[in-house]
Design a protein around this ligand. Sequence first.
Ligand SMILES: Cc1cc2nc3c(=O)[nH]c(=O)nc-3n(C[C@H](O)[C@H](O)[C@H](O)COP(=O)(O)OP(=O)(O)OC[C@H]3O[C@@H](n4cnc5c(N)ncnc54)[C@H](O)[C@@H]3O)c2cc1C
Length: 252
Amino acid sequence: MRFQPQIETVSEPASAALTVVCEGRRGIGREGLDVAWTISPYPQDAIAARLESTLPHCGVARQWFSGGDVLALLPMGGDDGHALALVWSLATERARQRLALTDEAFCAELQSLCGQQTGALRLSSERVGWPLALCQAGRWVGPGWALAGDAAHTVHPLAGQGLNLGLADAACLAKVLGEREYWRTPGDEKLLRRYERARKADTAAIAAVTDGLQGLFAQPGHVWQMLRNRGMNSFARSGPIKTWLTRRAAGL
Ligand SMILES: Cc1cc2nc3c(=O)[nH]c(=O)nc-3n(C[C@H](O)[C@H](O)[C@H](O)COP(=O)(O)OP(=O)(O)OC[C@H]3O[C@@H](n4cnc5c(N)ncnc54)[C@H](O)[C@@H]3O)c2cc1C
């Protein structure tokens, strides 16, 4: 927003032909719009924090799956960087226990899971806990308003798709508005329905995949573990299928 000359920040509520509510999952903008908001909580919280590693991450994102827990270390700040974003999804009670640990004990727990692939890990920020839930708005548009991003949908972070979905919403809405017939205003509900139709299906597909993966990885037992490992290894070797899915998830 800082670099867009056409954006004006106002301190008082302003009337507009179209209001896009993009205040995140907990925003109050949906209230008063008569939107049903379905919440299916996961029995997990995610711990988010920043870390520094002694080895460079080389631009590689890594995830470890164990007993339903998902530990993700995401590279930050260029290929040679040492900064990592941690997203650790684990059962609510265990998340609380991990949040209560000292920084040193917390890092020792992490290190025991990810071994020496990253070198030694050190916390460089506070740890924050987030309750996880699959959420979906019943309708995304109405006369003069549209929902976008987490205000319309949230998914489990295990596939790292939440932000991509919101960016794809913004791109799609901009395209629909840009291509509108000359007689339609930006708040025309019929026009906005084109945006809803285009994005709702994609979002539901990603939500179903991440929800299915979450359920799959939460299954205990060796048979499930073997099936998961075989599935992931086949996917990693699947070449064009992997490329197609990656591009689709990135909205390309
Ligand atoms: C632990 C965790 C890990 C995640 N990891 C990943 C990941 O690896 N990859 C990924 O793609 N996604 C990830 N996500 C999801 C991703 O963070 C969200 O999908 C994304 O941030 C949604 O963007 P948004 O702009 O819709 O909402 P938000 O990021 O919630 O932004 C909304 C903003 O609006 C502001 N706001 C609210 N109300 C008002 C108001 N009335 N006026 C003005 N401003 C207001 C809020 O302060 C906030 O800054 C993760 C989520 C969680 C919880």
